[in-house]
Design a protein around this ligand. Structure first.
Ligand code: FUB
Length: 307
C-alpha cells in the first residue's frame, strides 16, 4: 500500500494553507466534476443539484460548464447540455465527462433511459468545449440490459474516457462493478466486448488518467465514499490497489473526483456538501485541492482545504 501517502514537503503544505477558495462555485450546487485541459484553459463540467430543501434525492436536469485560465477565477458558460437534449432519455443529469478528439468535443453522460429500464450512457458532441452540444447518436451508447450481472438499475453510470498515446479510446464506467470497453475511432460506437475490472470496494465514479507510463484508475470506494485508486502499466490491467487518496468529503455521502495536470501542477477536483446551511448529499459543491505524486508514481493523500 501507499506508505508515502502522508509525506508532504514544505511547499506542498504551504500551497494547502494559502488556498481558501473552496467550494469554487458558490451561487449554485454543483456535483460530479469532470475537467478537460484544452489549449490554455481548464473546462470544468458539473451536474447541477436542484432538489428542494429537505428533498433527499438527486434532482438534476442539466449539466454546467465553467472555464478558467488560473484554476482560481471561473467563468460560467451558457448551459451547454440538458437531459431534454436526449430524445430517448427522461431525466437525471448524473455524472459525465468531456473529451476532445480531432477538434470535436464528446460529452459522455449518465442519464435515465425513457424506455429501457435503468440508467444509460449517452454521448453528445460539439465543435467547441463550451457547446452547444447535440446528441451524437440519437440513442444510448450503453443501456442497463447490456450488463445483466448487477441487479440494480443504476449500475451503468459515471462514464470516464481516455484516449491513449496510440490514439485508441476507452470508456470506463460503473456502479458496483467497474467496466471498460474500447471505442471506435468515431468515439460513439463500441469496438469489442465489455470487460469488468476487479478492484476492492468499488462503488462508482471511475476516473481514468495516465502519467509517466502509469495508468491510474481512481474511484469512489465504499459508502459513504472515499476516493481510492489502483495503478497499472497497461490499460488492460492487472490493476494494483494503492490505497485511499481522499477521505469522505465533508457532509456528502458521495465523493466524485477528476484528476488533471494544468500548467505543471496536479489537481484533485471533487465535491462535498459544505456550501450552505441546506448543503449535503443532495446539495453538493465542487472543490479543488492540490494533488501530489511520490517519486514512485503513487499518490499522496489529498489535504482537503474546505473543512
Ligand atoms: O450525482 C448523481 C450520482 O451521485 C453520480 O452519478 C455518482 O457518481 C454520485 O456522485
Amino acid at each position: 500500500l501507499n506508505n508515502n501517502a502522508f509525506c508532504f514537503d514544505k511547499q506542498e503544505l504551504k500551497d494547502s494553507l494559502v488556498k481558501v477558495g473552496n467550494p469554487i462555485i458558490k451561487d449554485k450546487f454543483t456535483a460530479d466534476p469532470a475537467a478537460l485541459v484544452y489549449q490554455d484553459k481548464v473546462y470544468l463540467y458539473t451536474g447541477h443539484d436542484v432538489a428542494a430543501k429537505g428533498e433527499n434525492r438527486y434532482v438534476m436536469h442539466e449539466w454546467l460548464c465553467y472555464s478558467s485560465s488560473d484554476m482560481v477565477n471561473w467563468k460560467e458558460h451558457k448551459v451547454p447540455l440538458k437531459t431534454t437534449d436526449f430524445s430517448w432519455a427522461k431525466d437525471d443529469a448524473w455524472a459525465s465527462q468531456v473529451i476532445e478528439k480531432n477538434g470535436k468535443f464528446y460529452w459522455f453522460v449518465s442519464i435515465s433511459h425513457a424506455t429501457i429500464h435503468g440508467k444509460a450512457i449517452g454521448v453528445a458532441v460539439s465543435d467547441s468545449p463550451t457547446g452547444p452540444f447535440k446528441d451524437a447518436l440519437g440513442k444510448a451508447l450503453i443501456t442497463n440490459d447490456m450488463t445483466t450481472d448487477v441487479k440494480i438499475s443504476w449500475d451503468d453510470i459515471d462514464p470516464s474516457v481516455i484516449i491513449d498515446d496510440d490514439g485508441r479510446a476507452y470508456l470506463f464506467w460503473g456502479n458496483t462493478k467497474c467496466r471498460y470497453v474500447k471505442l471506435k475511432d468515431n468515439m460513439i460506437e463500441l469496438d469489442g466486448p465489455i470487460k469488468t475490472i476487479d478492484v476492492p470496494n468499488f462503488t462508482e465514479a471511475p476516473w481514468i488518467h495516465k502519467r509517466k507510463g502509469w495508468y491510474y484508475l481512481s474511484y469512489a470506494y465504499e459508502f459513504p465514499e472515499k476516493i481510492a485508486y489502483a495503478m497499472s502499466r497497461s490499460i488492460h490491467g492487472p490493476w494494483e490497489f494503492k490505497g485511499i487518496i481522499n477521505e469522505i468529503a465533508g457532509n456528502s455521502n458521495t465523493n466524485h473526483q477528476a484528476i488533471i495536470n494544468f500548467k505543471g501542477k496536479d489537481y484533485f477536483i471533487y465535491h462535498n456538501g459544505a456550501l450552505a446551511a441546506d448543503a449535503g448529499s443532495f446539495h453538493r459543491s465542487v472543490c479543488i485541492d492540490n494533488l501530489y505524486y511520490n517519486k514512485d508514481g503513487s499518490i499522496k493523500r489529498v489535504i482537503m482545504t474546505t473543512e
